[in-house]
Design a protein around this ligand. Structure first.
Ligand code: NAG
Ligand code: NAG
Ligand code: NAG
Ligand code: NAG
Length: 322
């Protein structure tokens, strides 16, 4: 073994010399050989490629420091495909509230999430203010740039981890949201919606919404649908995306309406429906107040009976946990 190794070591300079000499004598052949060599390029000083696709933006605008704001945002970040970026616009109050979370700050540092005040000139107090922001050309063209695929979600909208769907499958449409009526040809609630930014810009370059007129989602979708080459999702398709006023078995998400005050009867109205929601999309509970007072009838009078088993009749002794 030692012997052949020694021969190889001695042969190496000879072979190298031959290669160099051949390269000098037959330059075209050596260029030929070189072009077949694998190229390895080492670059210094360039940042690694971003794991995020800057054209896909999930957007939440909320001025109130709601208790479920942070967990809601983090939940969305876990169910939306990982190359999406997230933008949060709020008030001092809601921005400060979010930034209190260390994991939120980590996501900001990683470039996954922006947590910012809503820029000067835009308002977020109430539905009319929201409608003005979401029909504003500057907002889509400049504030959100370079977003092209927008997921808008509000604090009363939930995506269900159990759905098994991929949000990216919806990007073929100009707009997707929960339909308002059966048989809709296009249009749906903006509270949980997919929007194609370049199409909305086309509308807003030509038309201006009058303040206190239609809600932004009604106003925008009726115009997007009229654009040449429009690609709107119809009611049948939208049922797979989001449910609000119409029943859907397994949508990708739900929008409850009016900031969580409205639980529409077609999805919440019976025990069977609510049992189904608990099975399929338990995350919905995050936005419902924890009002279980009936299980704690009178703490003053019965200090020993304060741990009540859910769903057991309150008058039964067996309902008490010891
Ligand atoms: C970003 O996503 C869009 C939509 O899926 C896709 O067309 C585009 O090629 C992606 N860009 C990059 C840089 O991956
Ligand atoms: C937000 O906070 C900044 C700095 O603390 C302050 O200057 C500004 O006036 C506040 N804005 C509002 C709307 O409260
Ligand atoms: C859109 O917002 C910008 C910035 O606040 C404002 O200057 C502009 O007037 C708004 N456009 C409309 C149509 O309200
Ligand atoms: C809705 O759109 C889907 C997909 O484009 C299509 O297959 C279906 O026929 C449409 N349904 C109605 C009622 O128009």
């Amino acid at each position: 073994m030692m012997h052949t190794a020694a021969i190889r070591r001695a042969a190496l300079p000879v072979i190298l010399l031959f290669v160099v000499w051949a390269g000098v004598l037959f330059p075209s052949t050596s260029r030929d050989v070189m072009s077949h060599m694998p190229h390895v390029k080492v670059e210094f000083g360039h940042p690694p490629r971003s794991p995020f696709n800057e054209t896909k933006v999930a957007l939440l605008i909320e001025g109130r420091a709601m208790p479920h704001l942070t967990p809601l945002l983090l939940h969305y970040m876990s169910v939306v495909p990982p190359d999406w970026r997230f933008k949060f616009f709020g008030t001092n109050e809601s921005v400060e509230h979010l930034r209190r979370s260390r994991i939120v700050r980590n996501h900001v540092d990683d470039g996954k999430l922006d947590v910012e005040l809503l820029p000067e000139g835009f308002r977020l107090d109430g539905q009319e203010a929201t409608s003005q922001t979401f029909t504003n050309l500057t907002f889509y063209r400049d504030v959100l740039a370079p977003a092209e695929y927008l997921l808008v979600f509000q604090t009363d909208a939930m995506m269900c981890a159990n759905s098994g769907q991929n949000l990216d499958d919806w990007l073929i449409y100009d707009w997707v949201g929960a339909s308002w009526y059966e048989g809709a040809k296009y249009g749906g609630n903006g509270g949980l919606s997919i929007r194609r930014v370049s199409r909305i810009i086309k509308v807003l370059e030509n038309q201006v919404r009058q303040p206190h007129s239609q809600g932004e989602d009604v106003w925008l979708t009726s115009r997007l649908a009229m654009l040449p080459g429009a690609h709107m999702a119809n009611g049948t398709v939208q049922k797979l995306f989001s449910a609000e006023m119409l029943y859907s078995d397994r949508p990708m998400g739900y929008h409850t309406g009016k900031g969580g005050e409205y639980l529409h009867s077609k999805n919440f109205g019976t025990k069977e429906l609510r049992d189904h929601l608990w099975e399929y999309c338990p995350e919905l509970k995050m936005m419902l107040p924890m009002d279980e007072e009936r299980y704690f009838p009178d703490n003053e009078a019965c200090p020993k009976r304060q741990n009540w088993k859910r769903d057991a009749p309150a008058e039964l002794e067996s309902a008490v946990l010891i």
